[in-house]
Design a protein around this ligand. Structure first.
Ligand code: ZN
Length: 319
């Protein structure tokens, strides 16, 4: 039996200044900062999570913001575009909003869908697409009403150094269905309603280089802890070398690199972001896992303060 992922769980990227990161993802895109914690593997850096009101799987983009970080180079072995889905009829609102922030964007079309593509403040490539699918957003912030708000990920465009092998991993390791080809892209579909459409250009991309404005890894959903063990077996049974299960506090994780160079993670839906703070106040306080709590004063002292705030659009201040 091949397990099938519901789609993207989260996408993790590098950024520079943490306040600029908050200003873009909360202030411009209107997402909720659902968790403010540290990089468990490098605790002098924040780990910031932005998503839907409750931080549902399929809506979460996370960042390691290193102040003063050098830019990376987007290329093979990375997520090329992170696709966000907005409600049908909301595109004009977003075009006006991006213009209001002085941001440039380009229009693109794939598989009969219209996209607008733009970059975040560090050059990370994002795109918006209208779809009926996916639960409506409930969060409203910074001039983005809930009925126009980002619902979560629509999917992603993967840049692979070996697209045939990446296609193999999507189909035979993650259990996605290959559903079409368009203009050099192959589209794969996962079983969920968000983060479920993955587009793979079949031309090999030259290797990218990590740094601010690039994606570090993409995580795929496992329904629960029991299924997560089976996922690990499925990954190793397919010839990959998954890491042991790692406790990431809000989910369990297993990592492996597919042969097109992209770092994949399998992450559990549970326990989610309300495991250590109330759903109403998610993201309000620096949260540390128990094993770092005794170092709180020192760790807090190392981090630049950040605030979720409205940022100027039309007036030209802010981003
Ligand atoms: Zn991850």
């Amino acid at each position: 039996m091949t397990l099938q992922t519901a789609g993207i769980h989260h996408i993790t990227a590098f950024a520079g200044d943490p306040q600029a990161n908050v200003d873009f993802y909360a202030g411009v895109l209107g997402l909720r900062l659902v968790k403010k914690t540290i990089n468990f593997d490098a605790p002098d850096v924040y780990h910031l999570y932005f998503g839907s009101e409750q931080g549902d799987p399929g809506t979460i983009i996370t960042f390691f913001p290193f102040p003063g970080a050098r830019r990376g180079r987007i290329g093979g072995g990375q997520v090329g575009f992170t696709t966000y889905v907005i409600p049908v009829g909301a595109m004009d609102f977003w075009i006006e909003r991006l213009k209001g922030f002085g941001m440039s964007f380009t229009r693109s079309e794939r598989f009969g869908e219209r996209y607008i593509q733009f970059k975040d403040n560090e050059g990370l490539q994002l795109e918006l697409v209208e779809r009926e699918q996916g639960p409506a957003a409930t969060w409203s912030f910074g001039g983005v009403p809930a009925d126009k708000a980002v619902k979560g990920f629509g999917g992603a465009v993967l840049y692979s150094v070996n697209p045939e092998r990446t296609a193999y991993a999507l189909e035979h390791v993650l259990g996605m269905e290959r559903i079409g080809e368009f203009n050099g892209f192959v589209r794969f579909r996962a079983s969920g309603e968000l983060g479920n459409l993955i587009d793979l250009p079949m031309a090999a991309a030259p290797w990218g280089a990590g740094g601010a404005g690039t994606v570090h890894h993409i995580a795929w959903r496992a329904a629960d802890f029991e299924q997560h063990e089976l996922w690990r077996t499925q990954v190793s049974g397919s010839g990959f070398q998954p890491t042991p299960v790692v406790d990431r506090q809000y989910f369990n994780a297993v990592y492996f690199r597919e042969e097109g160079g992209i770092l994949f993670e399998i992450a559990t839906d549970p326990p989610g972001f309300a495991v250590d703070e109330a759903a109403e106040t998610l993201g309000g306080k620096l949260m540390l896992p128990a094993w770092f709590e005794e170092r709180r004063a020192e760790l807090e002292n190392n981090l630049l303060p950040i605030t979720v705030r409205e940022v100027g659009g039309r007036t030209g201040d802010g981003v």
